[in-house]
Design a protein around this ligand. Structure first.
Ligand SMILES: *[C@@H]1O[C@H](CO)[C@@H](O)[C@H](O)[C@H]1NC(C)=O
Ligand SMILES: *[C@@H]1O[C@H](CO)[C@@H](O)[C@H](O)[C@H]1NC(C)=O
Ligand SMILES: *[C@@H]1O[C@H](CO)[C@@H](O)[C@H](O)[C@H]1NC(C)=O
Length: 249
């Protein structure tokens, strides 16, 4: 009997040691992660607050938002899309309409077989801090999206395209000031030195399909989408879609 108890005590003791080691390592990883995050934004680490590191650590672990350092798509997605053709949506209106616009863009990117570029979001116009854009990870669950499709970040897109685009998919006529707005928003060149659309950028759909229409209403079948946006161009900007796709048709 005594022998078994001694053995059990030794096993329990070993388990306890392993447990403590794992706890320590997890904590160390956590602190390292936070440190990287802080350094990336040139902040002091540990933060100079009245909170102790322990309190602060608790507050940041209880935050439901995951602080993803790297938002690049890493999962093997369910739907494989062409990695050499892209669709960069520019969103519009308030947060809900932006999400709706992104959803339609994702649908179109699958139908047209283009890799989606994660766009920047905007605050609601009633928000005091109207200026600036919102990182995608604050609005959508990127880990879930990665399981559906592969996406690229705006930085990755700029790298791949050499800082330009070669097509604009319109849902209504786009005016010159809009082009300049898109440039400011994306850091991508669209216009020439006289603020005209660059010659290399092709507009879609062709003019007949735009005629006498202010805002397009497009069926969701692949054929209809190809009619409007079928293109061999690699770097397409999707100009402010919202409610243009008709799924019931
Ligand atoms: C997209 O094109 C790739 C080839 O580049 C192909 O492997 C893939 O199945 C296509 N995906 C869709 C959804 O059509
Ligand atoms: C873009 O390219 C630059 C220069 O090659 C590189 O340093 C940077 O890491 C790249 N960024 C992304 C997001 O791919
Ligand atoms: C974009 O425009 C800027 C300013 O006009 C210019 O310096 C830069 O070389 C352009 N980049 C590309 C890729 O055309």
């Amino acid at each position: 009997m005594g022998k078994i108890y001694r053995k059990l005590t030794v096993i329990l003791f070993l388990c306890l040691l392993i447990y403590i080691k794992i706890q320590n390592e997890t904590r160390q990883h956590f602190v390292e992660d936070q440190k990287r995050f802080y350094q990336r934004f040139s902040l002091n680490f540990p933060p100079k607050t009245s909170q102790s590191l322990e309190q602060w650590r608790h507050a940041s672990t209880s935050c439901p938002l995951e602080l993803l350092d790297d938002v690049a798509s890493r999962w093997k997605p369910m739907v494989k899309l062409n990695p050499n053709r892209f669709l960069l949506p520019i969103l519009k209106n308030g947060p809900n309409n932006q999400l709706s616009g992104l959803r339609d863009s994702i649908y179109i990117s699958i139908r047209l077989n283009r890799t989606i570029v994660l766009p920047r979001f905007f605050k609601h116009r009633t928000d005091d801090a109207k200026e600036g854009t919102v990182y995608p990870r604050h609005r959508i669950d990127l880990q879930r999206l990665q399981k559906l499709i592969h996406y690229v970040t705006m930085d990755e897109f700029r790298n791949k395209s050499g800082g330009t685009i070669d097509a604009i998919f319109r849902v209504r006529p786009v005016s010159k000031p809009r082009y300049l707005y898109y440039e400011r928003l994306t850091g991508i060149n669209i216009t020439d030195e006289r603020s005209h659309l660059m010659k290399s950028v092709q507009l879609y759909p062709r003019e007949e399909l735009m005629a006498d229409k202010r805002t397009l209403s497009i069926g969701s079948s692949r054929n209809e989408l190809l009619d409007y946006y079928g293109s061999e161009k690699k770097y397409a900007l999707f100009a402010q879609p919202f409610g243009n796709l008709k799924f019931s048709r």
